[in-house]
Design a protein around this ligand. Structure first.
Ligand code: FAD
Length: 476
């Protein structure tokens, strides 16, 4: 295990002086708040991480200021944790060994909008990027349900998929990330450029192997989207409709969201009370206006009813949240607003087309596990992840729930682990080879990679030769 003890031998006021003219926040309340992300979704991570705090928050406004911060950290050998909006779920942005929390939200300029791409600074909020793109006829190919408060740098470094991924694939799908610019942590930090497939060396590396300064992403033509919620008596019917919607050709229904939510979870959505009857299993989606009738027919064909269909203007007039705030990990948040004993898990569905197997698993798991499925597509294949609400009682019961999934071939990507190799993922040594090149002293987000502690004594090329593996799209 890595040494996760914070440094006690540092004169932080001296470090703050060295960081000038970059904005530094040393107010203990703010530093504590910025040391947290959404790890508290997990009672296990909450117990492990709630006492891990940084020492100073630093807010660079330009890449020159960021380079200065990284040079100071290198000179003094102090840990650096990059932070965007702090919406990650696994303590990704929690400083385990104290040090600098480098918040990127002041580096937020939208630099260029072109035919099929957008180039932005890493701290730009995704809602702001979409707001700039839409009047020009474009939108992000995908974004997380946290777009209002999450940064593009945090999404690329910590996220995997989102609204749009059922049409355009996850972030790692070829062509979605066009270019990343990344600063090293050295005496004189160098900006490296990662194009195309090379960008996957930095994507989903949890800020371990460089500070992303600039992101160029694929964009897609925007459409007149209608947010829709359909209701079904049975979960199996809702799931089957979801699968059919994910599988239908884009030319027939170009959905950019396809989420299925258990009726027991939907009962925790009071904002929908005036629009959606209680006790219904839901299909939550966004379709272009011209495909609304085709969606209505698909829903009817699975014994469902389309209860809600609102375009953006109607949604705002009705003072409703976006429909995607009843999808992805916002489902967990909606339940947690009423009852803090809820948590969740991340499950890969072995055969998304097999609705019977999904229905059997729902019955087998019992009353403390309520399913919620997200469909995505990658390389033309349909994937499905279950992000169930789990009513947490004990770690032993959680292990039993996981074992029940695994016994029937479902994969558990454990959401209750705070190391990058922990969510049932193979270590990606290509990430760690770049860490060796860009962060040779191992100052970035220390304690988050167990494998790094084993290989850090090797050269970058030796680490690279240990082989590749990829992060999984199930994480949210
Ligand atoms: C309610 C809820 C819903 C969510 N829905 C989704 C979803 O739909 N899809 C999804 O993929 N995720 C989802 N997430 C997880 C998370 O919101 C996303 O991954 C989000 O994009 C993270 O962005 P952020 O700015 O908050 O990153 P942070 O939490 O601030 O950081 C995430 C990781 O990236 C690193 N990092 C941040 N900025 C940089 C940088 N400039 N350079 C290098 N490393 C950096 C951090 O050190 C950390 O390891 C959800 C989380 C919540 C709480």
């Amino acid at each position: 295990m890595p040494d996760t003890a914070p440094r006690t031998d540092v004169d932080w006021s001296r470090i703050a002086d060295a960081l000038a003219p970059v904005e530094v926040i040393d107010d203990p309340v703010t530093v504590k708040k910025r040391s947290r992300d959404f790890f508290w979704y997990s009672p296990i991570l909450n117990a492990e991480l709630r006492r891990s705090f940084g020492d100073l928050v630093v807010r660079p406004k330009t890449r020159q200021e960021l380079a200065h911060v990284l040079a100071v950290a290198h000179a003094h050998g102090i840990p650096v944790t990059l932070r965007g909006g702090g919406t990650g779920n696994y303590g990704q942005a929690v400083p385990l060994q104290g040090g600098l929390i480098v918040e990127t939200t002041a580096m937020n300029r939208i630099l260029e909008i072109g035919e099929g791409f957008v180039r932005v600074e890493a701290g730009a909020l995704m809602a702001d990027i979409n707001a700039a793109l839409i009047p020009k006829g474009w939108e992000m190919a995908m974004f997380p349900s946290t777009q209002d408060i999450a940064t593009i740098g945090g999404f690329v470094a910590g996220g995997s998929a989102g609204i749009g991924s059922v049409a355009n694939g996850p972030l790692r799908e070829k062509g979605n990330i066009i270019r990343l610019k990344v600063l090293s942590v050295e005496a004189a930090p160098v900006e490296h450029v990662f194009d195309g497939e090379e960008a996957l060396r930095v994507h989903h590396a949890w800020g371990l192997n460089g500070a992303i300064t600039e992101v160029t992403l694929r964009t897609v033509p925007t459409r007149d989207w209608v947010g829709c919620i359909a209701g079904f008596d049975s979960y199996r019917d809702a799931y089957s409709a979801g699968y059919a919607l994910a599988a239908v050709p884009d030319a027939e229904i170009a959905r950019k969201l396809c989420s299925v939510v258990d009726a027991r979870i939907a009962d925790f959505f009071p904002r929908l009370d005036a629009h959606v009857p209680k006790g219904r299993n839901l299909l939550v989606t966004l379709v272009p206006r011209e495909h609304l009738e085709a969606l209505r027919a698909l829903v009817g064909g699975h014994d469902g009813v389309l209860h809600l269909a609102m375009d953006e203007a109607e949604r705002q007039a009705a003072k409703l949240p976006h429909v995607f705030e009843f999808a992805y990990n916002h489902t967990t948040l909606q339940v947690l607003k009423s009852d803090r004993s809820a948590t969740y898990q991340q499950i890969g569905v072995p055969d998304p087309a097999d609705a019977d197997r999904v229905a059997r698993m729902r019955a087998r798991q019992g009353e403390d596990v309520w399913p919620h499925h997200e469909f995505t597509r990658g390389g033309g294949t349909i994937y499905c992840a279950d992000l169930p609400i789990v009513w947490f009682s004990t770690p032993e019961r959680l292990a039993e729930i996981n074992a029940t999934y695994e016994a029937d071939g479902f994969t558990v990507y454990d959401a209750h682990v705070h190391v990058i190799e922990g969510n049932h993922m193979q270590p990606d040594y290509r990430h760690l080879a770049w860490k060796k090149r860009l962060d040779p002293r191992g100052l970035l987000n220390p304690g988050k990679s167990l494998e790094w502690e084993k290989v850090r004594h090797l050269s970058a090329d030796e680490i690279e030769r240990l082989g590749p593996s990829g992060p999984n799209a199930t994480e949210t």
